[in-house]
Design a protein around this ligand. Structure first.
Ligand code: F6P
Length: 327
């Protein structure tokens, strides 16, 4: 027998991602369509602990589909790691009569949800909202496409000045543990080298090719680095290159949190709407602790505990393409 939900909560947790608002909108409107009461929980698990919870109506999510950030705000909540914090959160949900949750966030947020739902029998449905695209079980995560396009726009501009001066540019994009933003933005901007946490970098090769270019007096080269690459980001890569190319003009640009903001792209709005809708459908069907992903353009459901960081997702094919196209 599945327990029917009647009052559901929605929250955003972890790093924000463009498109989270579109997902919130989809959850609220699908819930209302089914006759549910929908509650917004502020600042992720923090709002559950502090009982910062409010009832949402259709109009609460009007005019937000195009907005970056999250109207529910977000946080990384330490207190929720501990059992007393989770108990407080549960008591507050019970007080509000909430009997199902939709969590929009990354793998850390899902780990918290899995613990919580096991302790308190609260159905939790997870949607991947992270610019890093590093969650196992989905080809898309909300915010990735926007972040990549933001990076591309910035890199294109830097490329103009790089080319005008014949310089080496090292551009750092986000991705503490994941190289997808670097890979996609690097390929799309014609980067000669892309450094990512998932692969060892043959720095000797890069240095030799730059020394070769220097001899030919054509020292222009674009390097895109994920912040979590083995050297520890663009500044560290610059130091290594400088040691070997003391006369070269090497500039660094760190794109930073600009990649997390801005109006979501069409793709991010669409996947957020689709995932938000299906998350509520899951609760309606009595599903517990499910991750709602999209694989090969079809909805794909896995147990929430399996929606962990996807470290092996970058294929050798992509790495080969980078190499061949840059030569
Ligand atoms: O949201 C993911 C992410 O942007 C990572 O790529 C990055 O390393 C991290 O968040 C930065 O987090 P914070 O905003 O806490 O500095």
């Amino acid at each position: 027998m599945t327990k029917k939900v009647s009052r559901i909560g929605v929250l955003t947790s972890g790093g924000d991602a463009p498109g989270m608002n579109a997902a919130i909108r989809a959850v609220v409107r699908t819930g209302l369509y089914h006759g549910l009461e929908v509650f917004g929980i502020m600042r992720g698990y923090q709002g559950m602990i502090e009982e910062d919870i409010f009832k949402m109506e259709g109009r609460s999510v009007a005019n937000i589909i195009q907005r970056g950030g999250t109207i529910l705000k977000t946080a990384r909540c330490k207190e929720f790691y501990e059992a007393p914090g989770r108990k407080k959160a549960y008591d507050n949900l019970k007080k509000q009569g909430i009997d199902g949750l939709v969590i929009i966030g990354g793998d850390g947020s899902f780990r918290g949800a899995v613990k919580f739902s096991k302790e308190f029998d609260m159905p939790c449905i997870g949607i991947a909202g992270t610019i890093d695209k590093d969650i196992h079980g989905s080809d898309y995560t909300i915010g990735f496409d926007t972040a990549v396009n933001t990076a591309i726009e910035a890199i294109d501009k830097i490329r103009d000045t790089m080319d005008a001066h014949d310089r080496i540019f090292i551009i750092e994009v986000m991705g503490r543990d994941a190289g997808y933003i670097a890979l996609h933005s690097g390929i799309a901007t014609g980067a000669e080298n892309i450094l990512i946490p998932e692969r060892k970098t043959n720095i000797k090769d890069i240095i030799e090719s730059l020394q070769e270019k220097e001899k030919r007096k054509k020292l222009v080269n674009l390097i895109v680095v994920a912040e979590g690459d083995e050297f520890g980001g663009a500044n560290e890569v610059q130091k290594v290159l400088k040691e070997n190319l003391p006369n070269a003009e090497i500039r660094v640009a760190i794109l930073g949190h600009i990649q997390r903001g801005g109006s979501p792209t069409g793709i991010d709005r669409l996947i957020a709407s689709r995932m938000g809708y299906h998350a509520v459908e899951c609760l309606m069907e009595g599903k517990h602790n499910v991750f709602v992903g999209i694989l090969n353009n079809k909805m794909h459901y896995i147990p929430l505990e399996k929606a962990v960081k996807n470290k092996g997702g970058i294929s050798e094919e992509w790495m080969k393409i980078v190499k061949i196209l840059a030569s």
